[in-house]
Design a protein around this ligand. Structure first.
Ligand SMILES: [Zn+2]
Length: 169
């Protein structure tokens, strides 16, 4: 997993993360400015080394609604650590509606969980209780902070100042 750089909107709100390569490109193209370098992390080329960027800020305001983490198949797998929440298997993963759709279960963070194909068909139209298949972890809506941390594999100390604002949304 490559190092990630925190991208701030023009108003200094945390927007997303991007690769170091993309951060350099944005700064080079003057689409963004460097806010902070990572401490004690250097990028080396053949002849020189320079500090790795940690935070950049976009020059133009990006108007996107702050709705937090997008509900998607991949993000649910990510939240659940790519692990079946019934048996712990990591192969042939699907999405399971905890309260089955046929019984009014919604497609939401709180009702979708990662399940392997086998558990999914075994559970069928039953609730975990009825199927006697307890969930390892109750599904929940991940915070932006958690998403960034899991997605980036790290959170630089410098990020916390800006993530504070995003975490409240
Ligand atoms: Zn399973």
């Amino acid at each position: 997993m490559g190092r990630k750089v925190l991208v701030l909107n023009q108003d200094f709100r945390a927007l997303t993360v991007c690769s170091v390569h993309r951060a350099f490109l944005l700064v080079y193209m003057e689409k963004a400015e460097l806010v902070s370098n990572a401490k004690n992390i250097y990028l080396r080329t053949v002849s020189t080394s320079f500090p790795a960027p940690s935070i950049i800020r976009l020059q133009d305001y990006v108007n996107i609604p702050y709705k937090g983490v997008v509900l998607s198949r991949q993000n649910i797998f990510k939240r659940d650590g790519h692990t079946c929440q019934y048996c712990g298997s990591k192969t042939v993963l699907t999405l399971d509606h905890v309260m089955p759709r046929s019984r009014g279960g919604q497609s939401s963070w709180e009702n979708l969980t990662t399940a392997c194909n086998r558990c999914n068909s075994k559970k069928g139209d039953l609730t975990p209780n009825e199927a006697q298949m307890p969930l390892k972890r109750k599904p929940f809506k991940p915070s932006f902070f958690m998403f960034l941390r899991d997605f980036s594999g790290h959170v630089d100390d410098e990020w916390l100042t800006y993530l504070g604002k995003a975490m409240k949304t």
